[in-house]
Design a protein around this ligand. Sequence first.
Ligand code: ZN
Length: 302
Amino acid sequence: MIKEKIREYRDFARRINKWQRKEPPKVEIDPTVTTCDNCGCEHDGRFCPQCGMPVARKRLSVKHVVLNFLDVWGFGSRPMFRTIGQLFTRPGFMIRDYLNGHYLRFFPPFKMLVVLTLVFVVECHILGLDISNHIDGAQLQKPSYSTDQKKIAEGLLGVLNAGRNFLDSNPTASIILQYVFFIFAARIVFKKRGLNISETFVAHIYIACQMQLLAIASTLLTLRLSDTSFLPHNLSSLIVIPVLVYDYHQLYDVKWWSSIWRTMLTIGISMVFLLLFIVVLVSVVGIYIASKADVAGNLSGG
Ligand SMILES: [Zn+2]
């Protein structure tokens, strides 16, 4: 009885897996010969070989007009909905299909991240949630700091504020920059799984899209922002980690256990990178300000 149930479940899982792995279908060439409305060239297929205009088999409809209108913001195209759907049903396999050359079948990753980030920002604005990365300068005003320490702290704050202003006005660039350490970590951990650094980068832009969609949904459901985890999305680690394991299991074609420990290792290495970066940044700014204070001290003293 139980054995039968297990076999049923395994069959079901196998069928799902087979469907997830299936490559996109080939498009048959339409043999109908038409005259291009735009340049007059006679041709078969769906596009004019001279000017590239798609063949309009039907007259303009309301749907066309609406989709055209939505297209101004990057919404409304068929690949957009297909890409969103497949980012949940078969994310890793979809990304591999894209990297294997099915470029036009899916919505381009960077454009998609820009659109989704815009949606998230608008959503937070409507819900009255503040997503800017405020750095509080008040705690640096404590009298216990010596003048030099205070100068160093103020200088550091200046650098951080400049960075914050840039990132606040470029939310998509902010997300991509915050992914950099994570992408290098993933490249190291999955070195033998066949993706080069550029492919790893593009794959993670799609993963960022997927996380952004989840952030949009979870913010709408909870009506508040979760704290960002090691990835720059307002999403709980309880969601981010399982989703990453699921993505890597498909994208790198590794077993579940392998995907779990490699995901943890990727997170760990990216944390080390981030820590090193902060140490280097603080030292550089510290040395620079200390040297300036020295010069100023010498001038006033002698
Ligand atoms: Zn033409």
